[in-house]
Every structure is written in structure tokens, then in C-alpha cells.
Design a protein around this ligand. Structure first.
Ligand SMILES: Nc1nc2c(ncn2[C@@H]2O[C@H](COP(=O)(O)OP(=O)(O)OP(=O)(O)O)[C@@H](O)[C@H]2O)c(=O)[nH]1
Ligand SMILES: [Mg+2]
Length: 289
């Protein structure tokens, strides 16, 4: 049975409603990939779950490059990363979207400390070819490697860049549906289906930075989160915030010192301040301090 060269799914010509469908089995791409590539359509299908993906990665037991973006980094993602038993490295892609005032070496050190990561962490941009030589050096050294990580973090884009492959890529989740083995020099690169991290939005636009002086009368809204308080904050977010004078009682209060409040699409750095909010906040030591 042949597989789609874009997403790795087994091709079939019997049921249009199921994944892998193509009317002519001699085609190289499934109908879904064809529509994604040519019409930018977002066709949702069920995908492998995180547990099965990690199981297969551990079974393959090759050097593993785990990819995410900066805003998606949270404890849940790191917990999944830590389930990989292979020799591995954490790679933060889409560095081109990170504001230039953030110092990457600094972020690297803080992330290692905060999330207790022993392996190297490197920043790359598959789009802008930034640090891709580090990736090719790893592949040349280990020969067989697995590229895995969060959905839409740019795994297939990276593989296309370094190996001249024609994997399907898109701005939607779950583009790659199965493991894909790609010949590279004397070994293989494996692409893999993206891991789904609950409640995270994928970074698509340049990270916006908003420096704000909080005032108890003004309430800032970021999606469903509302905050006010006293202190200076810096918001790093893929999206917008609004602010207005509101007479709303915010029931949660936090005294923060060099800490980040985690959002679904970014984080808020609080150097020192008292933050009130309408919901329980997820806090970590700041990655930018
Ligand atoms: N700005 C920026 N965008 C990128 C970069 N790398 C990938 N992208 C974009 O991110 C989106 C997802 O890319 P894919 O390569 O399909 O991601 P993936 O990790 O293979 O996704 P799944 O197969 O769905 O798990 C696409 O819109 C890419 O163009 C990068 O370095 N910078
Ligand atoms: Mg992919």
C-alpha cells in the first residue's frame, strides 16, 4: 500500500470520507494534501494521539529533535518532551517572530533553569534559515533522526528546507498525519504528526510587545482574561489586548516579582507588582528576567 508523500497517510480509493482518499492510486498526494497545497483548505481529520506518537518515537530510538515555538512553551509541553527517552534536543523555531529586544542566550539559560532541562536548547528559524547549520550538523553526526514536536511548529517546513523534500505544510494544525521516512545522506530523517497541547494557540504572527503601567481602575482584556492592579507589566502576545475603565470586581490577587503570567497566546512579564484577575493565573519564574 503506497503512502501520500505530503502527509504520510496510507492512500486509498474506496471511501471519500476517510483520510488518504485519492481517486487514482498512482497519484503521489492524497486529495486532502492536494487541497491544502493548491487551495489552502483546512480539512480536519482525526490524527494519532500524543501517547501513540511518543510511543513510536521511543521505539524508533533515534536522536530526536523536538520543536516548539516560544509562546507555546509551558509545563504541559515540557512534560511531553520529558517522556522522550532518546538522546534529544529542544528547538525553538520561528525565532524570526521573536522581538529583537529579547536576548536569545538569556532565554536559553532561563528556560533550562525554569523547566529543568539538561539538554541543549537552540533557537532557529526554518523560514529565515537561522541556525539551520546546527540542525544539519546534528543530522550529519547522528545520521538517523526524528523531528517531532508541537503541531504547526514548523517540523515539515524545516525538513523541506534541509533536505529539498516536498512535504505538505500549512498554517493549520495536523497537516502531517503519519510518520514519514525521508532519505538523507547515509541515513533517514523522520517527520512525525504534531503533538496537540491543550489550550495553546499556535504562533503565526510576530509577537507583539505591550509595556503597560497598571492602574486599579483600568482593566485589560486578553481573550477571556481580565487584569488590573499596580505595577509595570510587559505583555508578549500573538494578538491584541484592549483596555477600558470598568467597575468590575476581580477576585484573584497575586503579588509577583520577576514572574510571568502564562496566557494561551503569550505571556505577561511582571517585574514587581500586585495583579488582580478574574480567573486563577498560571505563573512561572520569568524567562526574560
Ligand atoms: N514565521 C515563521 N513561520 C514558520 C517557520 N517555520 C514554519 N513556519 C510556518 O508555520 C506553519 C506550520 O508549518 P508546518 O511545517 O506545516 O508545521 P508542522 O510542525 O509540520 O505541522 P503539523 O504537521 O501540522 O504538525 C506554516 O504556516 C509555516 O509556513 C518559521 O521559522 N518562521
Ligand atoms: Mg508537518
Amino acid at each position: 500500500m503506497s503512502k501520500c508523500i505530503g502527509c504520510g497517510v496510507k492512500l486509498q480509493n474506496t471511501n471519500k470520507e476517510l483520510k488518504g482518499y485519492i481517486n487514482d492510486l498512482n497519484n503521489k498526494y492524497c486529495a486532502r494534501c492536494f487541497k491544502t497545497i493548491h487551495y489552502n483548505e483546512n480539512i480536519k481529520v482525526d490524527n494519532l494521539n500524543n501517547i501513540d506518537i511518543i510511543k513510536k518515537i521511543n521505539k524508533l530510538n533515534y536522536y530526536t529533535i523536538f520543536i516548539t515555538d516560544l509562546l507555546s512553551l509551558n509545563q504541559e509541553l515540557i512534560d511531553i518532551y520529558k517522556e522522550i527517552n532518546n538522546q534529544k534536543i529542544l528547538v525553538i523555531n520561528k525565532s524570526d517572530l521573536i522581538p529583537s529586544n529579547l536576548i536569545l542566550n538569556h532565554l536559553q539559560d532561563n528556560l533550562k533553569k525554569i523547566y529543568h532541562i539538561e539538554e541543549d536548547i537552540i533557537f532557529i528559524s526554518a523560514k529565515d534559515n537561522f541556525n539551520l547549520n546546527i540542525i544539519t550538523n546534528i543530522i550529519n553526526k547522528y545520521q538517523n533522526i526524528i523531528i517531532c514536536g508541537e503541531t504547526s511548529s514548523g517540523k515539515s517546513t524545516l525538513i523541506n528546507k534541509i533536505s529539498n523534500s516536498i512535504l505538505t505544510t500549512s498554517k493549520y494544525n495536523n497537516t502531517t498525519l503519519d510518520f514519514i521516512k525521508i532519505k538523507y545522506n547515509n541515513g533517514y530523517i523522520y517527520d512525525s504528526p504534531g503533538l496537540i497541547i491543550n489550550s495553546k494557540k499556535i504562533l503565526n504572527n510576530k509577537i507583539n510587545v505591550y509595556a503597560k503601567k497598571l492602574n486599579n481602575n483600568f482593566i485589560y482584556s486578553i481573550d477571556n482574561l481580565k487584569i488590573s492592579g499596580l505595577g509595570n507589566i510587559t505583555i508578549f502576545i500573538d494578538g491584541n489586548i484592549t483596555s477600558k475603565k470598568e467597575n468590575l470586581k476581580l477576585n484573584y490577587s497575586y503579588e509577583l516579582n520577576n514572574q510571568d503570567i502564562l496566557l494561551n497566546n503569550g505571556f505577561i512579564y511582571v517585574k514587581k507588582g500586585i495583579i488582580k484577575s478574574n480567573q486563577e493565573l498560571k505563573i512561572r519564574n520569568s524567562i526574560i528576567k
